[in-house]
Write a protein that binds this ligand. Structure first.
Ligand code: F58
Length: 835
């Protein structure tokens, strides 16, 4: 019922001709070939896999864009309340396979490309990952937008279009991590649409003039650049609804500065334009570590300001009052990185829209909600005040005002409690002073949540305790993380997905993951177990082939594959794992040939990147790689033990590892891992959990049954006391753990190359062992012995593996997003009608 300009008949016929039927192989082939010959200007004769991939992707994008258009048109007309998910990282990975699966056109595309002479799998492998994130937080955003689209929730994602994603990890001959840039846009990105017409000016630096007798001010001068929108359509599964991920790229406002140009200073005139382009040049590669760089604050402000200008422009078309904004807009902040948007909304409302301060504050605090992802002190964002004041002078003024009002309220509630006021202030005193972004985020939000039960409790009892006492319990809640079963089962493990669909008799489980619990009784069905095990073995074989061809390492698929695949960080304790491997190696070496027969065969698989400046984390990689060189080439060891470090971990590498894992290793010091999400991916694919009582492990173990998981280690409640004892009353390492002392001795005796290299890694464990490696090593080894014992009974193992997989129904991101929609966002599904 749209009004068509010109001749409506011509329009209708043209639109019809554009329609491609889901099963129409020829029509799909036509559309691919059209892109080959026109968009790419290539000929059939010189078409390589790269170009064939691109043409296929462009053809799929056409399908997505039609749905995207229908969704946007429908939502524009309908004007439902929308959620905007603000995340500085989006770890989307590859899009082609996911898109054709969600469109229910995988078979059609596979057949069509085959008929054009290509192998679809090969084309899939030509795609570069969109790696605009570091780890869990960025991948969570990607799972969440998939679920928002699938659940038909009106929502958009907002982020940054970095020219360079997370660095490419190379491993040198000596086992050291080297970093190379990731120029992922070098080949054109077929999944985005540049919206050159959607752009907003962004100011930095400058001066502020207050307007007398008002709360308003004029911010002027400084430098300006543009934020330009790039849209990435995100299809829901089995629905027409298509979400939008809008990423901003920085551009100079004019090609060059005319004043300098006229003054004959060509270089300076071009300089200002390259400064602007630099803002979104590169993703900061830190995970769980704050680094106060001015350019990072510029990224944050550009992203937040552009996103808000965009949201408000859309809202203004509705012609409503500003007071009604919270009925139409909710913004979820993925950690504190977008916190400046609270202040930016205040600035726009007050300075530009002339809304009185108190009204603006009332509106603002009904729009924002904040998700925290860590309690680690070194990861909490706090900006040096001088840096902040220089870059965003007007925002600092508003923060002072927000803080003043806030602290006045605190003082009223807790008269005379000066220490409380110091603790809660948005400004940290000292030289220099700091702006505490988490405090600002809490003060400006109507809801704060953690990402797993334990984490949410710890937030409320430790770092945010004062705020709970002030704002009340109701302002704090938990939403346990989840992962999308479309990518993390259907796409990465198609045979297991098929087995589930066949046994349940429908595909509904893919959007109602709880239904897989109906398959729990199949654990007792020998035939089903055989089928399940066969699939696991096939996935292990596929991984083994990759390891053989890419790394020249032979692994035995009858060995237990333990997988620890995540960022390298001391708190995640890859150390425990590799020290355990070393002990196993020493034990094999000591054993007689007869005794050796009793060992359970192990393949220890590691993958993950270390932040480029994180010395200890890089040293752990070096140790893993050097241990693998010795162990894998020792004839005494044979197939009893293999150690593999897979370089350049990414979403697409994870898609090969996750379905092949037997054991999921999640062994952070209790209380440090907010949630963890690889535990969910591996568990859903049948890996048994070897984990500490931390993050989402606790809820996973509860659901799969503690008898089906291997939990060990000190509890979060005891960590402080052990830590205290370690540093103030240290006992010799050999007393805390004789086994670990033996491992350290072997390292120091140059068993894995020059032992001196590892001194900075071992010494802190000798001295104060902040992460309780020595304190947990004994119970870790005990848990490993249970793993070995169970592995000897393959039928029992498979039972537990099946129970694990089919108990994971709650860890879908659909459940998480439904929780957010119900308990925080108050938004409803608004499906686009299916014609
Ligand atoms: C992770 N955080 C948590 N941060 O560590 C993990 O427990 C949780 O499961 C996951 O978030 C999702 O909730 C994380 O990945 C980062 O990488 C930040 C990126 C930006 C700079 C600061 C760290």
């Amino acid at each position: 019922d749209e009004v068509l300009p010109g001749d409506p008949e011509v329009w209708k016929t043209a639109l019809k001709a554009e329609h491609v039927d889901k099963e129409d192989t020829q029509a799909v082939a036509n559309s691919v070939v059209r892109h080959v010959t026109t968009t790419l200007a290539r000929q059939a004769a010189n078409l390589d896999d790269i170009a064939a991939y691109q043409a296929t992707a462009l053809s799929v994008k056409d399908q997505l864009l039609k749905r995207w258009n229908e969704t946007t048109t429908y939502h524009t007309k309908h004007a439902p309340k929308r959620v905007y998910y603000f995340s500085i990282e989006w770890l989307m990975g590859r899009s082609l396979d996911n898109a054709v699966l969600n469109l229910d056109m995988r078979n059609t595309y596979e057949t069509a490309t085959q008929k054009l002479g290509f192998n679809f799998e090969d084309l899939l492998n030509e795609e570069r990952d969109a790696a605009l994130g570091n780890g869990g937080l960025g991948r969570l955003a990607a799972c969440y937008i998939d679920s928002m689209a699938t659940l038909n929730l009106p929502g958009w994602g907002y982020g940054l279009r970095y020219s360079y994603g997370i660095f490419k990890q190379l491993i040198s001959n000596t086992g050291e991590q080297l970093e190379a840039p990731d120029p992922w846009l070098d080949r054109e990105n077929p999944w985005e649409i540049a919206r050159i017409d959607v752009s907003y000016p962004i100011r930095f630096y400058g001066r502020v003039e207050s307007i007398p007798n008002t709360s308003r001010a004029i911010w002027s001068g400084g430098t300006e650049c543009l934020a330009v929108a790039y849209d990435v359509p995100v299809p829901g599964f089995a629905t027409k609804n298509t979400a939008n991920l809008r990423l901003w790229a920085s551009r100079p406002i004019q090609g060059f500065d005319l004043n300098s140009f006229n003054a004959g200073n060509y270089e300076a005139s071009v300089q200002s334009s390259s400064d602007a382009e630099n803002i979104t040049r590169v993703l900061y590669p830190n995970d769980n570590m704050y680094a106060g760089k001015e350019l990072r604050l510029k990224q944050q402000y550009l992203w937040c300001s552009a996103s808000l200008q965009d949201i408000l422009r859309r809202y203004q078309k509705l012609d409503l009052s500003w007071e009604q904004l919270p009925d139409y807009v909710v913004i979820q902040m993925n950690d504190t990185h977008p916190t400046i948007s609270i202040v930016e909304l205040m600035r726009i409302l007050i300075d530009e829209e002339e809304v009185p301060y108190d009204v603006a504050w009332k509106i603002t605090t009904k729009v924002f909600a904040y998700t925290n992802h860590t309690v680690l002190p070194e990861a909490l964002e706090k900006w040096p005040l001088p840096l902040f004041e220089n870059l965003l002078p007007r925002h600092l003024q508003l923060i002072y005002q927000i803080n003043l009002n806030f602290l006045n309220d605190v003082a009223k509630r807790f008269p005379g409690d000066m220490d409380r006021i110091r603790r809660m202030s948005i400004i940290e005193e000292g030289t220099p002073k700091f702006v505490r972004m988490a405090h600002l985020a809490i003060v400006g939000s109507f809801k704060v949540n953690g990402v797993a039960e334990l984490h949410s409790q710890l937030l409320q009892s430790t770092i945010f305790r004062d705020f709970v006492e002030f704002k009340g319990r109701d302002s704090f809640t938990n939403v346990t993380n989840g992962i999308t079963p479309r990518r993390w089962l259907l796409q990465c493990n198609p045979r297991l997905a098929q087995l589930i669909t066949d046994t349940l008799g429908s595909e509904h489980w893919l959007v109602h993951l709880k239904q897989i619990a109906q398959l729990l009784p199949m654990a007792d069905n020998a035939q089903f177990r055989a089928a399940f095990r066969e699939i696991k073995n096939e996935n292990k074989t596929r991984l083994a082939e990759v390891l053989a061809s890419e790394l020249n390492i032979q692994v035995d698929i009858d060995s237990v594959f333990t997988c620890q695949i995540k960022r390298l960080h001391e708190y995640k304790r890859q150390t425990l794992n590799i020290f355990g491997v070393i002990l196993r190696y020493l034990q094999i070496k000591k054993a007689t040939p007869e005794e050796r027969k009793k060992f359970v065969k192990h393949t220890a698989i590691f993958a993950g990147k270390a932040a480029p400046g994180y010395y200890i984390a890089k040293l752990v990689i070096r140790l893993i790689v050097n241990v693998s060189k010795i162990v894998n080439n020792d004839p005494d060891v044979g197939h009893l033990l293999r150690v593999v470090f897979i370089p350049d971990y990414s979403v697409s590498v994870a898609e090969v590892l996750v379905p092949a894992a037997d054991v999921s290793v999640q062994i952070s010091t209790a209380g440090t891992e907010a949630s963890g999400t690889s535990n969910m991916k591996l568990g859903l694919n049948g890996a048994l959990l070897l984990g500490t009582v931390d993050g989402a492990n606790i809820e996973i173990a509860e659901d799969v049954g503690e008898e089906n998981a291997f939990l060990f280690g000190h509890l979060a409640a005891d960590v402080d006391a052990v830590r205290y004892a370690n540093s103030y009353n240290p006992t010799p390492l050999a007393e805390r753990s004789p086994e670990l002392a033996e491992v350290f001795k072997a390292i120091e005796a140059n068993t894995f190359g020059d032992g001196h290299i590892y001194e900075p890694l071992l010494k802190p464990i000798y001295d104060n062992d902040y992460y309780l490696v020595s304190n947990d090593f004994g119970s870790y080894l005990a848990a490993e012995r249970l793993v070995d014992e169970l592995w000897r009974d393959q039928e029992e193992w498979t039972k537990k593996s099946i129970r694990t997989a089919f108990s994971m129904g709650d860890f879908t991101s659909d459940r998480s997003i439904q929780d957010y929609a119900d308990s925080i966002w108050s938004i409803e599904p608004d499906p686009v009608p299916e014609n």
